[in-house]
Design a binder for this molecule. Structure first.
Ligand SMILES: Nc1nc2c(ncn2[C@@H]2O[C@H](COP(=O)(O)OP(=O)(O)O)[C@@H](O)[C@H]2O)c(=O)[nH]1
Ligand SMILES: [Mg+2]
Length: 218
């Protein structure tokens, strides 16, 4: 019987991820891996961020979904170059998929490459894709206890974006509790409070991203 060790597969993924990261860096592209549960607001956040990005910065997107292309169509509608990956049942993206998708992107004319990962707080945590930044999105509707229940994804992120803050008056989400949880799990990470629908807090996130992009170019 042949037994394949998961550790070996992950090692191969890490190797490919490093190659992706090096390639993106060579091209001066900041790569961002956007993770969060289904419906937390990842695509709406992308739309809000792109609306506020200076026209001098060119973003491109890789959309990861189990099936369908609705998010890629949303990106096309706002004029963002996009490649859709369908994982056909797999709950996360892997570095090899990103390497393949990146071949369909003109990296020389891109400043920020966004990866919208498959909606999932568990599987996505274990796979480095070659990103420079990992941003985890948590919507107020999901509850502030998700940091306690799914620590790995928060631990391995460079920023937490608390979305749907416009809904706070109707929910019992405790922002201070979520901030304290992130401080415990990832003390270096930034925390942003955003409503993608009203635009509240988006400018602060965009400013941080622009700074990170400038650093990637140096
Ligand atoms: N009230 C409110 N709704 C939001 C916000 N962001 C996203 N939504 C809604 O949440 C739902 C899922 O959003 P979507 O961006 O598709 O989530 P994704 O699956 O994480 O990409 C949609 O109905 C959005 O309109 C927000 O900031 N406030
Ligand atoms: Mg989406």
């Amino acid at each position: 019987m042949k037994i394949v060790a998961a550790k070996k597969i992950l090692k191969a993924n890490d190797q490919l991820a490093s190659e992706n990261r090096a390639e993106f860096a060579r091209e001066g592209v900041l790569c961002v891996n956007l993770v969060g549960s289904p419906g937390c607001g990842k695509t709406t956040l992308l739309e809000a961020v792109f609306a506020q990005l200076a026209p001098t910065l060119s973003p491109s997107v890789i959309e990861g979904d189990i099936a369908g292309q609705v998010d890629a169509e949303r990106m096309e509608r706002i004029g963002i170059p996009v490649v859709q990956i369908n994982t056909d049942g797999m709950c996360h993206l892997e570095a090899s998929m990103i390497a393949a998708a990146a071949q369909g992107i003109d990296l020389k004319n891109v400043d920020m490459l966004w990866i919208e990962n498959v909606g999932n707080l568990v599987c996505t945590a274990g796979y480095d894709l070659g990103e420079h930044l990992r941003i985890v999105v948590l919507s107020t509707a999901e509850g502030d206890d998700k940091l306690i229940k799914y620590p790995a994804i928060f631990q391995r992120s460079d920023a937490l974006v608390i979305t749907k803050t416009d809904l706070l008056p109707y929910l019992n989400f405790d922002v201070a509790q979520a901030r304290a949880g992130m401080q415990r799990l990832a003390p270096e990470a930034r925390v942003f409070e955003v409503s993608a629908t009203t635009g509240h807090g988006v400018a602060e996130l965009v400013q941080w991203l622009v700074e990170k992009q400038a650093a990637a170019r140096d």
